[in-house]
Ligand binder design. Structure first.
Ligand SMILES: Cc1cc2nc3c(=O)[nH]c(=O)nc-3n(C[C@H](O)[C@H](O)[C@H](O)COP(=O)(O)OP(=O)(O)OC[C@H]3O[C@@H](n4cnc5c(N)ncnc54)[C@H](O)[C@@H]3O)c2cc1C
Length: 409
């Protein structure tokens, strides 16, 4: 699954430009235009509300394309403002990239898994209403790669001194990256990869897992194209970082249940008319005063705009990358990693190195392994045996640690 990042030459202002109204009445919004929290659920929802707030005073009828966070946020606001709104959703259910999927006797979250700040998060009331459990603070609430996450390398767990030394090395990378991106921005990999190559094998394994886990994992960026200057955009809001441990599908069904959403109805074209806009689906055309398109930047290719989007929007789109992050959910006979809520198992070249305990979500001992952008294509092309061998490589050193701990009582 994908979410946006800034490519070299891009800046938050390009997210802003993409989200600027066309002819005052067509908006393209979603996580990719959320300058204050790109790539997040709350950022997407806020963008939907922003567009709806602008259209509500001037449009009697509005079409919203997509029933993800941005679309649901936009439609809820328009509905509350008494506007006639219809949401067209290509899938057969709401939630987009944040929707849970039933798996075995529990659930998995292939996309969004954390409320990055649960205090004013738009989903917090719904999560409480539906009784979805959350686990707070497994990840740490800052960008410190050590955080409260254990790291294993070479068959052992790093102690506090080693972590401190490696965090200092990671800080050195930060200085180099900042210097390299001034005055002109450069691709992140041109700084990161040669710097990693200079480290000792064990240090490289750890630093690569930490830094790829952050830049290609948390920010989903393709380091070969991503901006060094904007390698870290804001995403955390007020409150705790709370991991969702239940079927978010039920949250989205409740939100969408109060709204006029038409499912299984992809929008093919958005056309300017004399009086407003015409939205084409396979079955019909719908004339409206305003349109809010909330599909991902990748899915925008599937919609024809007539006339074409303004040059400023197209330029902005070129500078917003389609980042990718892979997730693998795996169940085990026992939670041998317990009580660790999350850990990094640094093995050079292993697709999966960052793991989070998702037993509550899945309903049995389970981990979610994260693959940074560079490994996603290989992961997607692999069969189960190959994926299991990557998991086993990553787990070996955790198993060894768990066995040693048992032996010593
Ligand atoms: C792997 C992964 C992990 C993530 N982790 C987190 C996290 O932990 N916390 C967090 O806050 N965020 C996370 N995110 C980001 C978060 O999921 C997104 O920012 C957010 O869900 C995007 O919402 P949106 O409304 O902008 O887009 P979407 O959710 O993509 O909604 C767009 C909707 O439009 C529909 N659509 C597409 N084309 C058409 C069409 N032609 N006509 C009609 N409908 C169409 C789609 O089916 C979809 O339902 C993660 C994302 C991914 C991929």
């Amino acid at each position: 699954m994908a979410y946006s990042y800034l490519r070299v030459g891009g800046a938050p202002e390009h997210r802003h430009l993409l989200g600027t109204a066309v002819d005052n009445s067509l908006f393209i919004v979603g996580e990719a235009t959320a300058t204050s929290a790109p790539g997040t659920m709350h950022g997407a929802w806020q963008e939907g509300v922003r567009a709806a707030t602008a259209l509500a005073p001037i449009c009697g009828t509005v079409a919203v394309v997509g029933a993800g966070l941005a679309g649901l946020g936009a439609a809820s606001h328009l509905r509350a403002a008494g506007r006639a709104v219809t949401v067209y959703e290509a899938a057969s259910s709401p939630g987009g990239r944040a929707r849970s999927v039933a798996w075995r006797d529990g659930h998995v979250l292939p996309g969004a898994m954390w409320l990055h700040g649960d205090r004013d998060h738009p989903l917090t009331p719904w999560v409480h209403n539906t009784g979805i459990p959350t686990v707070v603070g497994t990840w740490g609430d800052d960008h410190d790669p050590a955080g409260n996450v254990a790291t294993f390398v070479g068959g052992r767990r790093l102690d506090a001194n080693e972590i401190e030394r490696l965090v200092a090395l990671a800080d050195e990378f930060e200085e180099q990256a900042t210097a390299a991106s001034e005055p002109g921005d450069v691709v992140l990999a041109s700084v990161l990869d040669p710097w990693l190559d200079k480290q000792t094998p064990d240090d490289r394994a750890v630093l690569s897992a930490w830094l790829l886990g952050e830049f290609e994992g948390i920010f989903a960026a393709d380091a070969r194209q991503g901006s060094t200057r904007w390698r870290r955009e804001p995403y955390v809001a007020a409150g705790e970082d709370a991991m969702l441990c239940g079927p978010t599908a039920s949250v989205f069904e409740q939100i969408a249940g109060e709204l006029p959403v038409v499912f299984d109805t992809p929008v093919r074209a958005v056309r300017r008319t004399d009086n407003g806009w015409r939205v084409d689906t396979d079955a019909a055309s719908h004339d409206v005063d305003g349109v809010i398109v909330t599909v991902s930047v990748a899915a925008l290719d599937g919609i024809r705009f007539v006339p074409a989007l303004p040059e400023s929007h197209r330029n902005a789109l070129d500078l917003i990358g389609r980042g990718r992050e892979g997730k693998v959910f795996a169940v085990f006979d026992e939670a041998f990693w317990s009580p660790l809520p999350a850990f990094v198992s640094a093995v050079d070249g292993c697709w999966l190195q960052t793991f989070v305990d998702v037993s509550v979500l899945v309903g049995e001992p389970a981990l979610c392994g994260f693959a940074p952008h560079r490994y996603v294509a290989a992961l997607e092309a692999a069969d189960d045996d190959e994926i299991q061998s990557h998991i086993a490589r990553a787990m070996e050193q955790v198993w060894a640690h768990a066995a040693a701990r048992r032996e010593h009582g």
